[in-house]
Write a protein that binds this ligand. Structure first.
Ligand code: PRP
Ligand code: URA
Length: 214
């Protein structure tokens, strides 16, 4: 699939994002720096992904005169990290839209089968009225993202954006095919999956690197 021609796939090639992804890839980057940089990348990606947010005009008085001026319609968004690693991107997005509600979806890949297993799902109310921004640094086989989005749609979610820092071509194609209506934002499209369904060159296990586990 040629992702460049897909209207709902956005592969961000901004040099600031690429520079920070290099920091994440480096196996010598420690937990504290990894967490900080993952949050910074999420914020930079959010700037692009939130380009079409709804605004509403309010009256403001400048030193010169009164005027109507736009503000973000804050109650209309929900950020939903896929646990655990998606948590590492949440604050970066909330820096941009602090009034957003936050939901959580717990998914863990079985280490043998690489199939996602769901263990938690708690979403904000009136999810169908919100723009839902799902965060997960890694889109590998795509299984976790496909299932997470299915759960959100089953609860009424309609306007959904998915943000990942690194994607494998296999996972991106699977996700876009399963949910063509979902806007997918990718920090970098990597080469391939290896036999353990890890992204190559990737950055290793994102959850372990964010939380210092192994
Ligand atoms: C990682 C990652 C994604 C998933 C991607 O989570 O954060 O959720 O794997 O793989 P997939 O596209 O093949 O489904 P993991 O299951 O390792 O859980 P964790 O975040 O708790 O470490
Ligand atoms: N999950 C990760 O954290 N890293 C990968 O490369 C694949 C899945």
């Amino acid at each position: 699939m040629d992702f460049k021609n897909e209207k709902n796939v956005f592969i961000l090639e901004h040099p600031l994002i690429q520079h920070k992804i290099t920091r994440l890839r480096d196996k010598n980057t420690g937990t504290a720096e990894f967490r900080k940089v993952a949050g910074e990348i999420a914020m930079l990606m959010g700037y692009e992904a939130l380009r079409d947010l709804e605004t509403t005009d309010i009256e403001v008085e400048t030193p010169i005169e009164k005027t109507m001026s736009p503000v973000i319609a804050g109650h209309k968004q929900a950020v939903v990290p896929i646990l655990r690693a998606g948590l590492g991107m949440t604050d970066g997005i909330l820096n941009l839209i602090p009034a957003a509600k936050v939901g959580h979806i717990g998914m863990a890949r079985d280490e043998q089968t690489h199939q996602p297993v769901s263990y938690y799902c708690k979403l904000p109310d009136r999810i169908g009225e919100r723009t839902v921004i799902i965060t997960d640094p890694m889109l590998a086989t795509g299984g976790s993202a496909v299932d997470a989005i299915r759960f959100i749609k089953e609860k009424g979610g309609r306007r959904i954006k998915f943000m990942c820092i690194i994607a494998a071509p296999e996972g991106l194609e699977r996700l876009h095919t399963a949910h063509p209506d979902v806007q997918i934002y990718v920090g970098h499209l990597d080469r391939e999956l290896n036999e353990n369904a890890y992204i190559c060159p990737g950055l290793g296990d994102a959850g372990d690197r964010i939380f210092g586990t192994d």
